[in-house]
Design a protein around this ligand. Structure first.
Ligand code: MG
Length: 213
């Protein structure tokens, strides 16, 4: 069975931070269409704080849950808007499980993601179809847990990310029921939810790192 160690997670965080820099203008543009235009800026601020921690992480003996908590703390404390607490909780929630583990199996990794999404649901109180990041995460998870996690991890995660990407596309024709875009009513139709875009792209970083193992 595929096992993921500290290096997998730390490398993934590094690449997520690079992604945030590259996508900064794109994510902010999406947010300016239907929100306040700061999603890209916020994400880079949060992940720059993560980047500062990477060397210490590599030299530390922090377990998987401590590494995830550390990323969550950065995003929670540095990222403004709604996405900071949501992404912060997504990473931090995983810290409650797998304490003391220096590696996790692929099915445990999938559970970490599910636990994080459950926390987003709890805090954001949004549902599938509300034009939020959950429109990517929730259908993605349904597909993920239908896969053969023990024997076909890459195929499973590819299906997860592909469904998330499709879920992001599916936010375009929706009216927003949460967040700033809610106030726009029908004027939000025709625009993609920025959180749904950043979330599938972040999970795609995990996929790219899985493929390197
Ligand atoms: Mg915003």
């Amino acid at each position: 069975m595929l096992v993921l160690d500290r290096t997998f997670f730390i490398n993934s965080f590094e690449k997520m931070a690079e992604l945030a820099e590259v996508q900064r203008n794109h994510w902010s543009k999406l947010d300016s269409d239907i929100g306040d235009g700061d999603h890209g800026i916020n994400m880079t601020i949060g992940f720059r704080d993560v980047t500062k921690k990477l060397d210490a992480m590599r030299e530390s003996d922090e377990d998987i849950s401590e590494l995830l908590r550390s990323v969550g703390m950065s995003l929670m404390s540095k990222v403004g808007g709604a996405s900071g607490p949501l992404y912060g909780s997504f990473f931090m929630r995983a810290a409650n499980d797998y304490k003391g583990q220096m590696e996790v199996t692929f099915p445990e990794f999938c559970q970490i993601i599910k636990n994080g999404v459950d926390q987003i649901v709890k805090i954001g109180k949004a549902q599938h179809g509300d034009k939020t990041m959950l429109d990517a995460f929730l259908p993605g998870l349904e597909v993920l847990f239908d896969q053969d996690l023990e024997n076909e991890p890459i195929k499973a995660f590819e299906a997860f990310v592909a469904r998330m990407k499709q879920g992001s596309d599916e936010t375009i024709p929706l009216i927003a029921k949460k967040g700033r875009a809610m106030r726009l009513g029908e004027r939000a139709i025709g625009f993609r939810d920025p959180g749904s875009e950043s979330s599938w792209m972040l999970m795609n970083i995990y996929l790219e790192e899985l493929k390197k193992i």
